[in-house]
Design a protein around this ligand. Sequence first.
Ligand SMILES: Cc1cc2nc3c(=O)[nH]c(=O)nc-3n(C[C@H](O)[C@H](O)[C@H](O)COP(=O)(O)OP(=O)(O)OC[C@H]3O[C@@H](n4cnc5c(N)ncnc54)[C@H](O)[C@@H]3O)c2cc1C
Length: 463
Amino acid sequence: MKRIAIVGGGISGLAAAIALEERRQAGESLQYVIFEATPRFGGVLVTEQVDGCVVEAGPDSFLSEKPWAADLCRRIGLEDQLIGSNDRDRKTYILVKGRLTPMPDGMMFMVPTSFVPSFLSPLFSPSTKLRMLRESRQSRRQSNGDETVAALVERHYGAEMVDRVADPLLSGVYGGDAAQLSARAVMPRMVEMEEKYGSLGRGMLAARKNAKSPEAGPASIFTSLKNGMQQLPDTAVAKIPAEALRPNTAVQAVQRQDRGWVVSAGYSSDQFDAVIMATPAPLAAVLLEISSAELSSELRAIPYSSSVTVALGFGKQVRDALPPGFGFLVPRSEGKRMLATTFVHNKFPYRAPEDRALLRCFLGGSRDEPVLQLSDDEIVGMVRAELRQILGLAAEPLFTRVYRWKAAMAQYNVGHLDRLQRIERLRKQLPGLALAGNAYRGIGVPDCVRSGEEAAAQVLAAE
Ligand SMILES: Cc1cc2nc3c(=O)[nH]c(=O)nc-3n(C[C@H](O)[C@H](O)[C@H](O)COP(=O)(O)OP(=O)(O)OC[C@H]3O[C@@H](n4cnc5c(N)ncnc54)[C@H](O)[C@@H]3O)c2cc1C
């Protein structure tokens, strides 16, 4: 019987465990254990119920176009709990010179695909609008090496597009910096479009045309769960036999020995045929140090950023006074500490009663690590001061919550894909080892689910 250890009980480790459980129930001869350092499984997927509101501490949803998370939800019986974002009310603002300016229609991620709304929008200066016109005639470009997202976007639309759109969007998703993140790792589709079409605008339009099937209904851009994202790990844990769950068990070393692995936690060590490392990469680096110093140093070199989310609940007056839409992004040039704010009650159903407004602010990222050192009161005070400046929101919140996420988001900086190749080569020298998590090929929940499932398949396939 094959024995498999999973180290890390976030969504990546849990997805691996569910994949193994399905194979076990299908009759495969295997046994697995999932080690989690804290008392609860789920990692950064944490939901609190506060004053009738569903408050997300970590991720609030996942991209619908990436199928793996929703598929996992269906397999564990959460199909009827899946909800879509209220895309009819989708509108995102960008703070420009202290004013909320709507992102024009036709912006696909950071690429304008409809000229008229972008030309009429005060979001862009005349020179950026001229760049957009010229961009549609840009010729194909074969790039050999990697470059930053900022370099790619600037080449097409100029520095203003980087400052006002690309950088704030990436701060919101990665807690990252467009001047550091790798275009090939973070936006591979755009790199391909540039190679194939030259113009990103033409590439986006072609991709949209190809993706449209006549039967496909209008899917929501984001998917979440009725009672919050924590439903996913909670339900997954309930599907795993109790003897396979090891909460409160921090693994201290993972060592290759003879033809297998020894996993040490607390005062005990156990033998396994294979190990799935599903912790953040710097922790995997520490645990694997004895087995491969070279692999460990590559894992340690993947940078991570930290973030803070702040939830604020308000009454009906505030809800009525807030602008429509999903929320706003704050470019760095605006000199604020806040990176983004979501109007949660607008973005998803089931998040707040009709007489409540729920705001979620995002701070930190690779350029503001020190924010984590502030006290809760200081963070709330600063967020409220900025909300007052931006929205004129002076009301006393009914409740506030502050969540700190230290080194939780991997940064795919320039050279990330080359590093992954080296990691893969070194991993293969250690039979029975698989790696899962947000450090490798996608930071979002669906990619983490996929990484866990692939890791499970990998260790089962290994001799
Ligand atoms: C604030 C925030 C907002 C986000 N928003 C979104 C979003 O809206 N949509 C989206 O798709 N993605 C979002 N993400 C990204 C996504 O949520 C994460 O990338 C993903 O959940 C990471 O899952 P994971 O299992 O790989 O890692 P983690 O959730 O970090 O889990 C790793 C687990 O390993 C455990 N562990 C660590 N060391 C040990 C040890 N020695 N022994 C045993 N266990 C150990 C930890 O306790 C933890 O539970 C967000 C992330 C953050 C932080």
